[in-house]
Design a protein around this ligand. Sequence first.
Ligand code: PEP
Length: 256
Amino acid sequence: MTRYVIANWKMHGGLQRNAEFFKQWHGSVHSSIRVAICVPFPYLAQLSQLSAALPAHAPVEWGAQDVSEHFEGAYTGEVSVSMLEDFACSYVIIGHSERRQYHGESSGAVARKLDRVMQSINTALQPVICVGEHLSERESGSVETVLAEQLDPVLAVLKVHPHRQALLAYEPVWAIGTGVVATPEEISETHEWIAKYAYSALGRELPILYGGSVKPDNAAGIIELPHVDGFLVGGASLKMETFIPLLDCATSIAKL
Ligand code: PEP
């Protein structure tokens, strides 16, 4: 079974800093693990070069953190699907909570972006669709209502593209960048609910990643949970000393 470790570097990085990061790369990547780094747009070309220079036993893919819902045109500041394809991106994060929160992205807009990715003839670009509730929503017992509202429009798009790969990422907003990780019970229960909800809409399974303060000291307890197919990682992906242990952790479960 494939496991994913996908890094979201957010607005971090720099030409020199990225090169330094890759210089420290060591170890190998198990064949059943897909590792990718989603960087700010200006660094996509550099990532493709840095990855190409890694040994064959340590493949690292790359991706973007957002994409336009439009094909092309007068949309200042936007980046299209075909532009991501020009840089051979394997992944694009869609609907990250920081996009929803700071850029007012609605679930409808998230679905339109997804639809644009799905319309592309190139099937190599996989969307990583983020969903997750705020703390007040968890405390008020409305997690499932919130997740259903976020999932319904994206599942409707995925339903008309049954042969296209897509990943979901459950990222409780209150756990992102806060150091507070959801408990194994919360993760298990929510991943199981998402898996069943997606299956009943699509009739097929989608990989579901967990994201929210994943660190070397909590990763092992998360990756072993049912319906957890990997991590979407922010902070811990910025330094090799915290990123490599996450790969090791995914490897140990992949070997079982
Ligand atoms: C994220 O931004 O998707 C994320 C999970 O961040 P962090 O790991 O820093 O909580």
